[in-house]
Design a protein around this ligand. Sequence first.
Ligand SMILES: [Zn+2]
Ligand SMILES: [Zn+2]
Length: 550
Amino acid sequence: MSTHKSASSAVPDSPLPSPKTSKCNASAGDIDAAPQPNSPSRRSKRLKSDIPEASNQPQANGDAVEPKSERPQTSRTRVKKEVEEESEFLISIKAKKNGAVKQEEPEVVTAKATKKRKTKEERETEVMPLRPRTQGLRMFVGAHVSAAKGVFNAVNNTTHIGGNAFALFLKSQRKWDNPPLQDDHRDQFRQSCSEQKYNAAKHVLPHGSYLVNLAQEDKAKAKQAYNSFLDDLQRCEALGINLYNFHPGSAGQTTLPSALTRLAKALTNALAATSTVTPVLETMCGQGTTIGGSLTEFRDIIAQIPKEHHSRVGICIDTCHSHAAGYDLVTPAGFKAFLKEFDEVIGLQFLRALHLNDSKTPRGSHRDLHANIGTGFLGLRAFHNIMNEPTFEDMPMILETPIDRPVSDTSKPPTTDTSSATAAHEACASEDSESDLSDPEQPPKKKQTKGKPKKPTARVIADPSVWANEISLLESLIGMDPESPEFRSLEAKLADEGKEMREKHQEQHDRKVETEEKKKKKALEKGQKSLVDMMKGSSAAKGKKKTADS
Ligand SMILES: [Zn+2]
Ligand SMILES: [Zn+2]
């Protein structure tokens, strides 16, 4: 989905780093160079260094990780795992002793240390809920929160931002091998949902792995994708979750119809192998050979799934994606027309969830860049349409908006750990991270070095208060008169905040369109020229042949 992102890092049950997050491991690496077993935080450092490198075992609980005496060699993988465990520790520690945290900071000198410091900062802000949950609403708004160190953490992270729904990754979304869901994580997730009054069956919408492409043509890769997909569905069933959002995938070098058929077959097999969970296909921005830009593609997929399974097939509208794919969700009339088309082409009974994201790029751009609510090309009016649409009542509505903010820290040069900070957040949620896969124009930070040299990006930290505020904003739109001064001023204020960003992307978009048109024109001219040449050539050859023959 989009570019950088979110706060959460999803490596819930698997402490092993995803490719991106491994960078932050590097940053954590220094930490175990000087482990000290005293203060809680020190202890956690020590734990890091004590985790056996080979261990693939999930370590969700701080207390599950018993400090060992030997200190194995450093490896990025191990370090990352350790960092995650450490931060888990820090949650409880911080909650109890805020002061102690500060004391440790001097120890943190290196790049790795930076990651640690960031984590602390994050943790500090996470101790108290940022806003209370609103009870009794028809609409269930939340965000794609972090499930780092255990799926149950997503529940706490949602309470923290006052969400009434949430998304999470059930395992690392960027690697194939993941440890199984631990029984204690499962139990804790169910217990937390029940204690904190979240209906896991209805309002929790996990997000599938970015690696999985069920439309994959290659047999071995398709098998790998299917296994990972089915494993996620089984995790859902173990957790009491009935909805599971995933990307339809891409046709690659094959034809779209053949890709849709492979996807439908895989989905049918997965449905037959499960009993309660509903796989939910996400609408996409229609970039390249990605499946899911047009609503008709969902119709064609569902048509190839046996009817007996239809009650367990769902669609999730991602507002940014469908807007980028060309649908009008902004004007009330356009929005109504979109829903009507959805109903006629697919059937509204298949609609099960929404991803609420504004878009940095214009409608029809086929680019996947999430913007904060009200600041993008969708604007607040689009979200007013959504928050007042009876069809969406009781569905999970998930924010995947950017929440990174720059960290002001001059103690070290920003270059070193910029990417690790970003990478850590990328492991998480917003579709900005998804864009790594779906939008080659918006590569992950890591890859952004190609092309012209970029100046060091500012270091960033995930700030969940952005989501807390967006949830409040969205909930306030329920029943609000869009002609009222209250709405008008909110709308104008947010539009103003995003003005520069929209202008920048509009310009980029216009340039791209212009370039494409030029290219097309050139190709056309070239085609005509070569056609002429070919004809000339063939007549010349004929002439030659005649001569030779004669
Ligand atoms: Zn999405
Ligand atoms: Zn997505």
